[in-house]
Design a protein around this ligand. Sequence first.
Ligand code: PLP
Length: 435
Amino acid sequence: MTRRSEGPASRAAFRRAQRVLVGGVDSPVRSFRAVGGHPVFFARGRGAYLRDVDGRRYIDLVSSWGATVLGHAPPAVVRAVRTAAAGGLSFGAPSPREHELAERIVRAVPTVERVRFVTSGTEAVMSAVRVARGFTRRAKIVKFAGGYHGHSDGLLARAGSGLATAAIADSDGVPPSVVQDTLVLPYNDLLALERVFERYGEEIAAVVVEPVAANMNLVRPEDGFLPGIARLCRRAGALLIADEVITGFRLRRGAIHTEYGARADLVTFGKIIGGGLPVGAYGGRAEVMDRVAPLGPVYQAGTLAGNPVVMAAGAATLDALTPALYRTLERTSAQIAQAWTEAAREAGVEGFALPRVGSLLGVFFGPAAPRDYREALAVDRAAYARFFHTMLSNGVYLPPSPLEATFVSSAIGPTEVGRLARAAPPAFRTARGSR
Ligand SMILES: *Cc1c(COP(=O)(O)O)cnc(C)c1O
């Protein structure tokens, strides 16, 4: 698709950016390579809307990949950021804002007693894996195909040939030796995990899982999957790492793995807990977390970790996440999902599913809601690209990739739901194409 849905100012910005930034972007998915065309460059965001450099307005359904759950520039968060910034941008020393945000997390997540802040989700998961290895004195980690846990070397791995064999690096620059202790299994496949534990049980330090997988479109955990992982981990003396960088504080106040009947030993956060500023955090029970320096022998540090401005943005965001707000998010998301499902059917789109967990939506041009990465890859990419570009032309900014989830923010109200419902039918007709 090379439809020109971007304006002249975005085109000019992209040309200029490409001269000095790799591919013109700072994170590959933003480049629009997965949907074709040129990326839109944004000038500002307010509430449910983004405005691009050409002055065009879009309802934002990316929400900074989930971080801006309250919409753009929510006044209470901006106020908190201004106040904090005026008091100093970074101390490189403790400030009360760190334990104030940590207290909010500990209160909301029963499996977390101690927290350590870092500056990205990548760092959070990388560090949690290190803690698990330090605590268990074991090397192997298990992850699930299609789960994204940031870009640390050991987690940039895909499945090797046989089930229980070592993984293959999923990026150039990652030596085989770095992923030789990573095992990659299909999501929702408890039997495969059981077999891996039979074979490697004594060597497995941790299983890391997205409790709701939101980096391969949207894949729900099947009944018993998460409690099953927890049980196998417990039996083998391995730790369960719930990667809640997306799901934490999005689906409810706190983590979601406990709602599915699993107790994690370590939990990672990011995105929402920074309210749109760069953040990550990992936490768990004291016995495990107290292995981290300065109390224990597992080293991990950060110059800008616990940054006062970020902590203030996070605390103000969490304070806005009331039960009423989650009810609104649920209602709005359900209305969007219903409107789009009906529009797809009326447009005669063959093979469309819209899995949803709270404010996480999976716009999936495929035969049925995917259960694992293999099924997620069966998406009709061209159909998604057509849908994406028609929506973009009609003022809706969707994830520029068929493998990403769609994120609803609480700034989306009845007016926007109406606009989203009206924008869908022509987009589904284009997506269907001519038969
Ligand atoms: C986004 C994400 C990460 C990585 O976070 P960054 O802040 O982008 O480094 C890790 N895990 C999950 C589940 C994520 O969605």
